[in-house]
Design a binder for this molecule. Structure first.
Ligand code: ADP
Ligand code: MG
Length: 299
């Protein structure tokens, strides 16, 4: 837990919630704060399995997964490749396009501010590899676009401009290839930014989402497909929109979704009668090494 990304604080919350649940269930669990001495810490603690509770770079992006593969320590969630792909919104969308998964139109701007865009404002400007809405802005005109590009570039060299989708914001948790009920996200004001995500009471969550039964199934099917084409495993969460015209647009896949007791996946699990400790246990039991073959010692 913890780590050195911009989402460190959220990761500590996720990590402590998981640690408490594991200890309450009687597991011999230790909290390991990830820092530059992580290799030594992992070797010193002599752990059997790693429950990854990191968000963002150096944790959700395949780097820690790669380290655990090298050390032959089974870990929860997605492997190196799926983690790396899902962390990068541009790569994710390129794979979606290849597989015919609907995703909002987008462009990758060059160094110069684009003179013309192929779709009208508002424009959603995002760093390719962040989370928690960090560096994301919605620009309503050309002037705001310049500021939004500047802001996103402070977080990443790679950025994207997406078509704004007007409609319902939805998210679908997936566990072991099974979609959870859809969560509808309704921020009380503005959009679902960092504050709306983490300040209690600033966003309303509706489970199951207020959409027709056949649409719910369609949303769950596309979400599962998004998880599959990236090669995800264990628990992940797919973010998407249902436009007012009834079209589905998948925006991203989170391979390490928030896991505090009030986060979205635990909320959806609770709706299905799965308690937080039960959810933690299911994720733990799915832990594995994902890279096969090779020679040498097995731990
Ligand atoms: N294409 C879009 N249209 C409208 N709103 C969007 C769009 N993309 C993102 N948003 C808003 O920005 C938030 C963060 O964007 P997202 O792509 O999910 O990145 P993050 O990894 O930071 O969660 C979303 O929760 C949503 O409220
Ligand atoms: Mg998101």
């Amino acid at each position: 837990m913890g780590g050195t990304s911009h989402e460190r604080e959220i990761s500590l919350k996720t990590g402590n919630a998981i640690l408490n649940a594991l200890q309450e269930m009687g597991y011999k669990a230790v909290g390991i704060e990830v820092s530059f001495d992580i290799v030594k810490r992992l070797l010193d603690e002599k752990i059997d399995v790693a429950f990854i509770a990191l968000h963002g770079r150096w944790g959700e992006d395949g780097t820690v997964q790669g380290l655990l593969e090298l050390l032959r320590i089974p870990y929860t969630g997605s492997g190196v490749l799926a983690s790396a792909l899902a962390m990068n919104k541009i790569k994710t969308k390129e794979i979606f396009l290849y597989h015919g998964i609907p995703t909002p139109e987008f462009v990758i701007p060059g160094e110069e501010e684009p003179q013309e865009l192929p779709f009208p404002p508002p424009w959603v400007v995002k760093p390719a590899s962040e989370g928690s809405t960090i560096g994301v802005s919605i620009a309503y005109d050309k002037e705001a676009l310049g500021e939004a590009l500047h802001r996103a570039r402070q977080y990443d060299r790679q950025i994207l401009i997406e078509r704004f989708i007007l409609g319902k914001e939805l998210t679908v948790g997936i566990l072991k290839g099974e979609p959870f009920p859809i969560v509808e996200i309704v921020p009380k004001s503005g959009f679902y930014d960092y504050r709306a995500k983490y300040t209690p009471g600033m966003t309303e969550y509706i489970i199951p989402a207020r959409i027709e039964e056949h649409k719910q199934q369609e949303v769950q099917r596309w979400s599962l497909k998004a998880y599959d084409v990236l090669g995800c495993s264990g628990c992940a969460r797919v973010d998407l929109f249902l436009s007012n015209a009834g079209e589905i647009y998948i925006t991203e896949v989170n391979t390490l979704p928030g896991m505090t007791e009030t986060s979205l996946v635990p909320k959806a699990a609770a709706y299905k009668g799965i308690s937080f400790p039960q959810l933690v246990q299911i994720i733990l039991e799915e832990a594995s090494l994902k890279i096969e073959g090779g020679q040498g010692e097995k731990r």
